[in-house]
Ligand binder design. Structure first.
Ligand code: IPD
Ligand code: CA
Ligand code: CA
Ligand code: CA
Length: 284
């Protein structure tokens, strides 16, 4: 188990390194970028994603030689997702919201979490364009630029802002499921938002700016930091099915409070049943 002194050292070091590496994002934000596509049109990478990850991993590995890493661009280039072990592991998304970054849309960030014994110990989500630094440490609360944040206590969907991710609706096999859920939310919620950065969206739920966020199809680095930040802000993160959330296979239902979370689980189940019935009807 890491001592409080060790955890303090990890936190201070990674904060400093994050601020330094964020200069790459800030300097490149308005200019041209080399853009490559990975899994699909919705999955982009630039030379700056790779550069930020290199700086972060090199800096952390030098300071903490026994620590492990799960970083998006390293996983992509090795084509291998390592399992989460008990060893201290930094889970890194060097640029979350790459599509926003490519378009110079200012919702883009660095997301870093540290897990020890498979438990999230610290989370940092930093948007260097809007200068928003979200932080959390287990048991110590969540903060935006050093001020405590608290998730929403709004319990009715009709009074809630719900964030979703719709870009996966371009994938034919899951299109109807995503549109079915979207239709269910649109018809009841106060409003729907799509920010284009999973990490920042989780932080918006943590700070009570939105009541809920739902999307499947994410990866550990998209969510690890944001999950700790929401939980430390008093919010709830569960699996879309209503079960326990698994950071290594994230299907995200992140909500300001338990009551609304249960309502959303029911709504999603209802929407999925409707989609299933339509599929069966189309086959007849
Ligand atoms: C993406 C963003 C986006 C989410 C995608 C992620 P990236 O991460 O978080 O909001 O919907 O699933 O892949 O590729 O910009 O790091
Ligand atoms: Ca990506
Ligand atoms: Ca991401
Ligand atoms: Ca990324």
């Amino acid at each position: 188990m890491a001592s409080q002194i060790e955890l303090d050292r990890y936190y201070e070091f990674v904060m400093k390194l994050t601020m330094e590496s964020a200069k790459v994002i800030r300097d490149a934000f308005q200019g041209g970028k080399n853009i490559e596509t990975k899994a699909g049109d919705w999955d982009l990478v630039t030379q700056y994603d790779r550069k930020v990850e290199e700086i972060l991993i090199a800096g952390l590995a030098k300071e903490f030689p026994n620590h492990k890493f799960i970083g998006e661009e390293t996983v992509s280039s090795n084509n291998f997702l390592p399992p989460l072990t008990d060893a201290p592991t930094w889970i890194i998304d060097p640029i979350d919201g790459t599509t926003n970054f490519v378009h110079s849309f200012p919702h883009t960030c660095i997301s870093i979490a540290l897990a020890i014994n498979k438990q999230l110990e610290l989370g940092i989500v930093y948007n260097p364009i809007l200068e928003q630094m979200f932080t959390a440490r287990r048991g110590r609360g969540a903060f935006l630029n050093g001020k405590p944040i608290v998730s929403s206590n709004v319990q009715e969907l009709g009074s809630s802002l719900v964030c979703i991710e719709a870009s996966y609706a371009t994938i034919p096999e899951i299109r109807d499921v995503i549109l079915g859920r979207l239709e269910a939310f649109v018809s009841i919620a106060h409003g729907i938002r799509t920010l284009g950065s999973a990490a920042l969206t989780l932080c918006h739920v943590a700070m009570g700016a939105a009541e809920a966020y739902h999307t499947d199809n994410l990866m550990p680095w998209d969510v690890a930091a944001g999950v700790l930040i929401i939980r430390e802000a008093g919010g709830v993160v569960i699996d879309t099915s209503g079960g326990e959330f698994n950071v290594m296979n994230p299907k995200v239902l992140a909500v300001g409070n338990h009551k609304l979370a249960q309502e959303l689980v029911k709504l999603i189940k209802h929407a999925d049943n409707k989609t299933q019935q339509k599929r069966l009807a189309a086959m007849q």
